[in-house]
Design a protein. Structure first.
Length: 334
C-alpha cells in the first residue's frame, strides 16, 4: 500500500475544507521542529543535553537543558514562516511575538516543548504538546496575552509528539485524530493510523498513587472502588499504569483505552491543579474527544473552561468515555 506522508495528508485535508494553507504550513513547521527535538532527545548523553539547565521556568520548576533547547527549537522554527502572530510556552512567562523582521500571520501557537521532563535523564519517553488558535479578529497591534485566553473549543488544531522507541505525531484538525510515525531513514512522518478510536470502556487507570492521601474525598472513593476490584462495587479488576510523561500515558490510552487523571490534591489546591490548561489539558482534550473519548476536570468538560491566565492549571480526567463519566459522577454526586 502506498504510504501517505504528513504533507500529503494535510494537503488532502485542506482540499476537503479542513484548514487553510497557512495552517498546513504552520503544522509542517511544528512537525519539522519536533523532528529536531527528537534528534536532540535521541542523542542522550552523547549530545551533552542531559541534566539541569540551572534555571527555573515561570512556574518555579527547574528547567532541564532539553526543556530550554526544545523551546528554542520551536521558537526559531516558527519565527519566519509568516503564519503566526505569537507563540506561548510553558517555559516562558509571557507570549513571544513574532520578531518584527518577519511578517505576522493569523494564528497563535501554544506549546509544552518537552513534556515529562523528569523522565529525560532516565531514558523514558517524553514529548511535545501543542495547540493552535486563531488570532481574534480586529487585533492589529502587538499580540496581548488576552488573545490567547480562548476556550479549548476554539482550537483549530492540536497535537503531540512522543519521542519513544519510535517517534510519533498525533494530530487533530477537528475531525478525527490521526497518528503518524516518523520514518527515520527518510525523515518523513507517515500516516499509520487514521481515525484512532479510544475504546469506550476500560479496566486500566493512570494516576500518581503517591498523592492518594492528599486527594479530595470523591477521588479517594473513586480509586478505592477501582482498587476493590471484583469484590467491590465496580465488580471487575482494574490494572494501573503511570509513566509520569503525560504524552506517553495519553498515547497508551489512545492505543488501548484507559483513564488518565491528575486530580486536585491539597498540596496543589492553591494552584488549581498540576497540569496546565492551555498547552497540556486543552490540546489533549481535543485529541481525546476527536478519538471518541472524553476529557473533564471531574466537574465539567475541560474544553468549555474560559481560561483566566496563560499558565492556569486544572484537574484532568481523560480517556475512555464511560470511565471518565464514572469518575465525573463521583465528583458531581459528592
Ligand atoms: P513533568 O512535570 O515531568 O513535565 O507536565 C507535567 C508532568 O510531567 C506530566 O507529563 C506528567 O503526567 C506529570 O507531570 C507527572 O507528575 P508526577 O511527578 O506527579 O508523577
Amino acid at each position: 500500500m502506498k504510504s501517505i506522508t504528513l504533507t500529503q495528508f494535510l494537503t488532502e485535508e485542506r482540499r476537503a475544507g479542513y484548514g487553510s494553507t497557512d495552517l498546513t504550513q504552520l503544522l509542517e513547521v511544528v512537525a519539522r521542529a519536533c523532528k529536531r527535538i527528537g534528534v536532540a532527545t535521541g542523542k542522550g548523553a552523547l549530545g551533552g543535553v542531559l541534566g539541569e539547565a540551572g534555571s527555573d521556568n515561570v512556574q518555579g520548576e527547574a528547567q532541564k537543558k532539553l526543556d530550554v533547547l526544545s523551546n528554542e527549537i520551536l521558537l526559531d522554527a516558527n519565527a519566519w514562516g509568516g503564519h503566526l502572530a505569537a507563540c506561548a510556552s510553558e517555559e516562558m512567562a509571557d507570549p513571544q511575538p513574532i520578531p518584527d523582521a518577519y511578517p505576522k500571520g493569523g494564528y497563535l501557537l501554544l506549546f509544552d516543548p518537552l513534556d515529562g521532563s523528569s523522565n529525560i535523564d532516565v531514558n523514558i519517553a517524553v514529548g511535545t504538546i501543542f495547540s493552535v488558535l486563531r488570532r481574534p479578529q480586529g487585533h492589529r497591534q502587538d499580540v496581548s496575552v488576552n488573545e490567547f485566553l480562548q476556550p479549548g473549543t476554539q482550537q483549530v488544531a492540536a497535537g503531540y509528539v512522543v519521542y519513544g522507541p519510535s517517534t510519533l505525531l498525533v494530530l487533530t484538525l477537528g475531525h478525527g485524530t490521526h497518528v503518524f510515525t516518523l520514518d527515520r531513514e527518510v525523515g518523513s512522518f507517515i500516516l499509520t493510523r487514521r481515525d484512532a478510536t479510544i475504546p469506550e470502556e476500560t479496566s486500566e487507570f493512570a494516576v500518581n498513587m503517591s498523592n492518594q492521601r492528599y486527594w479530595e474525598p470523591p477521588m479517594q472513593r473513586y480509586v478505592d472502588d477501582l482498587l476493590a476490584g471484583k469484590e467491590g462495587p465496580r465488580e471487575r479488576d482494574f490494572n494501573m499504569r503511570w509513566v509520569a510523561s503525560m504524552v506517553a500515558d495519553v498515547h497508551r490510552i489512545l492505543t488501548r483505552g484507559g483513564i488518565f487523571s491528575y486530580p486536585l490534591d491539597s498540596k496543589i489546591a492553591a494552584k488549581g491543579g498540576k497540569l496546565r490548561l492551555m498547552y497540556e489539558a486543552n490540546p489533549m482534550a481535543f485529541i481525546v474527544e476527536q478519538a471518541g473519548g472524553a476529557a473533564s476536570t471531574g466537574r465539567g468538560r475541560i474544553m468549555d473552561l474560559q481560561p483566566e491566565a496563560l499558565h492556569q492549571r486544572v484537574p484532568v480526567f481523560l480517556g475512555s468515555k464511560a470511565e471518565v463519566e464514572t469518575a465525573e459522577r463521583y465528583h458531581l454526586d459528592a
